[in-house]
Design a protein around this ligand. Sequence first.
Ligand code: UT7
Length: 401
Amino acid sequence: MNAETGRAPRAHVTGWGRYVPDHILTNADLETMVDTNDEWIVTRTGIRERRVAAAHETTASMAAVAGLRAIRTAGIDPEDIDLILLATLTPDYWMPSTAALVKEAIGNQKAAAMDVAAACSGFVYAFATAQAYVTSGLAKHVLVIGAELLTRFLDYTDRGTCILFGDGAGAVVVSASDEPGGSLGIEMTTEPQGAYMIWLPAGGAKAPPSSETIRRGEHYIRMEGRETYRFATKTMATTALESVSRAGLTPDDIALFIPHQANIRIIEAVAKGLDLPMDRMMVNVDKYGNTSAASVPIALAEAANSGRIAVGDAICMVAFGAGFTSGAATIRWTVDPARGIAGDAAVDPSTVHVRLPVDWDAVDPIPAALAEMMARPGPVNPPLDDVVPDEPARPATEVQA
Ligand code: UT7
């Protein structure tokens, strides 16, 4: 509560950032691994390529880079963050939380840190939690991250799942402010009748990891694609509508929807359900596939950085996922979108480190099916520090020696 105005603070998005790994797994690569083809993947999903984290990368390391970029965009110090919420279904470990590792990696001493488990809706759920902390006065700056390393949890003999998912991280800073705008309306649903439509059977208390669970392939993501598709097309538009109407707006007032990037056909169904043209939907599923909890914040950051969001715009983020869960948040954008590009450039991923225990080495984390692709030089992004100022950046697809 603001002592002078007697009003609760509002929750504004003041920073945003993203990180995606350099390695690109194309549909052509997948054609060599499983019985699929580019034409099927593109027409049924809209996905052309996805990113794969390198062996030295983890969910925490990607989250820390995206988080630091969001902090730089917000123009604050890591130490100003008093709560870190990290949405993920692929944490580095069962414990500690990945958020705790991120807190150390970004150089913050004071924040409380916790993970949020709501699958692909996780970022929206975490954003809603941040809003509650900020508007209640419990936190001033909350770092909300969605980060996933899904390519290590896929069965590369299951063409129904392995073509869909990719790795990456996105983040926002949610800050207290007395100015108008910020978070306006939130809707969240959980429908457990779909609990086993997308799930990862083993590794938890019901089926602890063992040679038998591994023999059965129960450590991989399983999905009933058609049922999930049906749920998504049913729930996304209604969840978005509820959030928009709680904000006192109509879909027509929303400059840009940021839908979870699972499948272009699902996004088209959302547009149809809201009676809006596709140019009001942010789409980048072609470049990254489904990055679960990371997909909305990556898409939000790219929308802002590419000039698709202006100060004063109303934006609606909407997601669905395992649980089944769905969530939507409508916000009024109040920060110069141009800040994001500088925020991204200010953080070189090679300078961000997640501490490892001194007496333990992880086994090689790269799935055998991806090892050959990861070993060969391929299309990668130029490292941030490899572009000489005043020289044109090299194209992202250049093959490096
Ligand atoms: O974040 C939430 C995560 N989950 C989702 O978003 C998934 C939602 N579901 C979907 O996006 C779609 O259901 C899929 C993309 C997973 C599948 O598309 P679909 O149009 O529902 O295909 P389908 O499962 O009905 O399969 C149609 C055919 C089948 O062959 P038959 O039985 O008709 O001969 C499949 O075996 O396509 C076959 N198929 C494939 N063919 C080539 C399934 N996967 C592939 C593949 N390549 N990768």
